[in-house]
Design a protein around this ligand. Sequence first.
Ligand SMILES: Cc1ncc(C[n+]2csc(CCOP(=O)(O)OP(=O)(O)O)c2C)c(N)n1
Length: 512
Amino acid sequence: MGGWKIATGLLGKAVEAGVSEFVVCGGAHNAVLLEALARMADSVKVWSHFEERSAGFFALGRTMATGRPCAVVVTSGTAVAELLPSVIEAFYQARPLVLITADRPASFTGSGAPQSIVQTGIFSGYATVDLEKWEGKSPLHLNVELEENFQIENHAVFAGLEVGGFAVDFGKPNVGGLARWLRERTLRGLVVMIGDLEPEEQEGVFHFCRELGAPVVAEATSGLREVLKHLAVMDEDRFLKSKPPSKVLRLGGVPSGRFWRDLESMPEVSVWSVCRNGLRGLGRDAEVVTGSLERILPAMGEIEAIGDTAEILEGAKARRQRIEEALAAYPDSEQGWMRTLSVYASISSGVYLGNSLPIRGWNAFAQWERPVRVVRANRGANGIDGQISSWLGASADEVDTWGIFGDLTALYDFAGLKMLGQVEAKGRVMAVINNGGGRIFDRLPRLATMSEKAKSWMAAESPVDFAAVAKAWGMDFLRVMRADDLDGFEGNDCATLVEVVPDAAQGLCLLK
Ligand SMILES: Cc1ncc(C[n+]2csc(CCOP(=O)(O)OP(=O)(O)O)c2C)c(N)n1
């Protein structure tokens, strides 16, 4: 069969399986796929990139925004290998990222010919290769052998092709077991931890938590942090470690906070998770109910309110007060900056948090008054790669949208800024917290025992002129050090890079 027929046939199948957006990175070996896509451009959306690692993450961002499959189309060789990080992230987030990779004809495989590597199965268990059995809730790899030369045979191959739906079947989750476990009374009670939620899951989880009345740790990415404020534990990492509950119910993605990790060494705490990817998120024993929350929670029937939570919630008020006082005293600390940025971002259309420290900072220090429903992050495998791209993909159509990134995290993905030319730029703000490298490691207890040399390798300080980066990509630029430097700030018609330089000394005072 000619290359044209193979290419159009494959793209047609992808469309039938529900793919309506493609991110293309060109090369000689996938040129036929690009040409075929150019001829179907009215029925599908095509984004164009040059760097495959970023493109994979941009496509992942699109799946976050639309809930539908998005494909990335790349040439052969290491271009395919560049997709591995986004495939892994998509696997753990249970997102339908589709990899369409051009391969050389079979005779080239393993021959050492240019740009010929072994591509079949390169993503191992992270991507299925069987389109027929694919359920649309994980990565799919379509590797296709193509000749370099092709002849265009039929201009209207895609006429009448409908974008398919994709059915998700979660099988039979153990809802009865979960309901019984919830009803069991225990000495030290229950805490609900809520991670990333899909937009359609938020409403049900909100009502469930309100009826249950148990103390809650709601991550920003749940979209429920502010509306469940009256149940919030506050300063939970410290508090829950000192007074662990008997039971933890996790809803949605894996929580970012310290206490979730502490659960590894607390086998006496019984943990149940309800999540889409069916992974328990802990190395130790724990129960999992697999499925989307809007399906599982109603199946549990009536929810009985949990009693005796007054002590925890009363204590939470005092803990909240302490945090407010510290933020008022040290507004230019990194924590103070998270508060300030959250006030601006809370009147935007949504915010993306690029790495662990901004996520934890937002969870603990962001404003509590205005509900922020759209808070996104990549928490599948917690990589700091591809973050700018995921943000741009997830918010591509949105005006007034914010992304907050660590300086090292931003550095990983400058190539991702290429997409600024194709996404909505109005009011877009990329805030970079420039604290001189990976400061999250300052909190590692074992750091105290390490040599100065090794510590400097951990932080990986890399002086970067962010003004020059902004200029290179046509962004406005602003550098701020004191909280009031941002007074009166409004987004522009083009994207703005805001470099935030927190006061490290204030941060140290605040943490005391
Ligand atoms: C791809 C990848 N490499 C390394 C890590 C380990 N890691 C986690 S956080 C971090 C440092 C992040 O630094 P920065 O973006 O400056 O943020 P900060 O911690 O200072 O907020 C590193 C290297 C990772 N998560 N992902």
